[in-house]
Design a protein around this ligand. Structure first.
Ligand code: ADP
Length: 507
């Protein structure tokens, strides 16, 4: 590998299946990029290892070149060759592994959703560790993410550490416990792990399907640090209702488990420099926000006759987690309350997509409602900027980014108090929270009544006086959701783990 550690900072390696903006499906991609950039700014050497997908945004990778080495890695009883590429993404060094394997693991036109995902990502996890081992690097932290690279933790401690590659401590972050990658136990042997040794209740055996192995469980057991993406979600997943079968494992390993709220990329999400907007604006000059509202209403052919008509937005994947029935309810409740509603979202679930297509058609030429059933990055910026409120009625939400982006653009969030929504949104009427932190409207029970009540409170606050609403908008826009705070928490965890390792004279 071409880089080695020179500064006094840590050498941190992320091994992941996603990285924004080149290979992103959801929040995982944003975290890998945003956290890495923030840690780099703090003086650490941060490198990322990704699969070399065919469907990446290659125009966002600079200086991409293939290295003059052939890496051989183990899989299913054989050694396979891999090409190693290196490039720069958002100022970060990234290594890409391209397997020379007949199954063409990363030439599928999509990141996930293939019948052999377990094979694809256990292959990748093994090859990534082999790359680090053969490079002779001595990283301080190897940080893996979600079930796709969860294999790294047992592979490292069971295979590589015993070969003398033991400089690193392993950090594992789970971005959503809904996805665990459970598979029949014998499949674990493909990447070289010993099934008999690991298919046990205290290691990788799935807590419900006893003939299966669970990569997330393996990473919880084998990592030195386990994190998830908000403190409230970290609590929720330790309960029977939230743990998806892993609550016992998390409770047993609770001393190394912590929730850290994600940040957002405040460079990319900045209304005062955002080139996607008709007019840029800041908390000190909100005229531009009003112009963006006017522009979007015209663009979507919504009525513009009432300037002070509240415009409610929703930007989301339309999946059950997001409370789709409550989103539907919010559309009708907004109309009853005299507001306007714009939804930007699409669904991988055919019956949900069909249902929303029906609603979209129904409101096709309505002056107050528009549904846009697609993924559209540019339009999402316009909607954050134009709306007065953003609705997020999730049934569960590990962290959630849209509430933080909305606030940065002066759109006040109306959210269900779950996971990261609970940690970033504080109700205007909650006397137990200092006034300076109150920034939105929250409801507890995931039903229509709870949502309606919080919407009514938001509408009456909006209509009571334009001045007090403007002050609220300015306040939420000034809140700090940058990565700096979260990155400092990861840094502290890393440093403690490294110090513990040194103290135990392992290094
Ligand atoms: P999740 O990762 O569960 O989808 P998050 O709130 O963590 O939810 O992240 C959602 C991200 O995806 C945000 O950046 C949001 O702006 C973006 N997004 C969601 N749906 C769309 C869409 N239809 N068009 C454009 N961007 C979208």
């Amino acid at each position: 590998l071409i880089l080695s550690k020179t500064s006094s900072g840590l050498n941190i390696i992320h091994i992941a299946a996603e990285m924004a903006p080149i290979a992103k499906v959801g929040g995982l991609g944003d975290v890998v990029c945003g956290l890495s950039k923030a840690l780099q700014r703090k003086g650490h050497l941060v490198e990322i290892i990704l699969p070399k997908y065919d469907c990446m945004q290659y125009d966002c990778i600079s200086d991409l070149k293939v290295l003059d080495v052939v890496l051989q890695s183990y899989f299913d009883g054989q050694l396979f060759k891999n090409k190693i590429w290196v490039g720069t993404v958002e100022g970060l060094p990234v290594y890409f592994i391209e397997p020379d394997h007949p199954a063409k693991f990363f030439w599928r036109g999509q990141l996930y959703g293939e019948h052999d995902d377990f094979k694809r990502f256990s292959y990748f996890s093994r090859a990534a560790l082999e790359l680090l081992y053969l490079s002779g690097k001595k990283p301080n932290i190897i940080h893996c993410h979600d079930w796709h690279t969860a294999f790294v933790a047992p592979l490292y401690w069971e295979i590589y550490a015993t070969r003398g590659f033991n400089s690193a401590r392993i950090c594992f972050t789970c971005h959503n416990f809904e996805y665990q990658g459970v598979a029949p136990a014998p499949e674990l042997a493909l990447c070289g792990l010993d099934v008999h040794h690991l298919h046990r209740p205290d290691r990788m055996q799935d807590n419900s399907a006893h003939d299966k192995v669970n990569p997330i469980k393996g990473a919880i057991v084998y990592s030195n640090i386990v994190t998830t993406v908000s403190p409230t979600y970290a609590q929720e997943v330790r309960s029977v209702e939230g743990g998806r079968g892993l609550q016992e494992t998390l409770n047993y390993h609770s001393r190394k488990f912590v929730g850290i709220l994600n940040g957002i990329d405040t460079g990319a999400w900045n209304p005062s420099t955002d080139n996607f907007l008709k007019v840029q604006y800041s908390p000190d000059d909100l005229q531009g926000k009003a112009q963006n509202k006017e522009t979007l209403r015209k663009h979507l052919k919504l009525s513009t006759s009432e300037t002070f008509q509240p415009l409610v937005g929703c930007i989301t994947r339309l999946v059950p987690q997001k409370g789709v029935h409550l989103i539907r309810h919010a559309i009708y409740r907004t109309l009853e309350l005299g507001g306007q509603f714009v939804l930007l979202g699409s669904s991988p679930v055919p019956h949900i997509q069909r249902e929303f297509e029906g609603i979209a058609n129904h409101f096709q030429s309505d002056p107050h409602v528009r549904l846009l059933l697609k993924y559209d990055e540019v339009l999402s910026h316009s909607i954050y900027a134009a709306t007065d409120m953003l609705i997020i009625p999730s049934l569960f939400e590990p962290c959630g980014l849209t509430q933080m982006i909305a606030m940065r653009y002066g759109s006040v969030p109306i959210v269900r108090s779950t996971g990261g929504l609970n940690d970033s949104v504080f109700d205007i009427d909650d006397d137990s929270v200092p006034v300076q932190f109150r920034n939105g409207f929250k409801f507890v029970t995931a039903d229509e009544q709870g949502l309606s009540q919080s919407m009514e409170r938001a509408f009456s606050y909006y209509l009571r006086s334009p001045e007090s609403w403007q002050q609220l908008v300015q306040k939420v826009m000034r809140m700090d959701f940058s990565w700096d705070t979260s990155a400092a928490q990861y840094e502290e965890l890393y440093e403690k783990a490294v110090a513990r390792a040194r103290a135990s004279k392992n290094l």
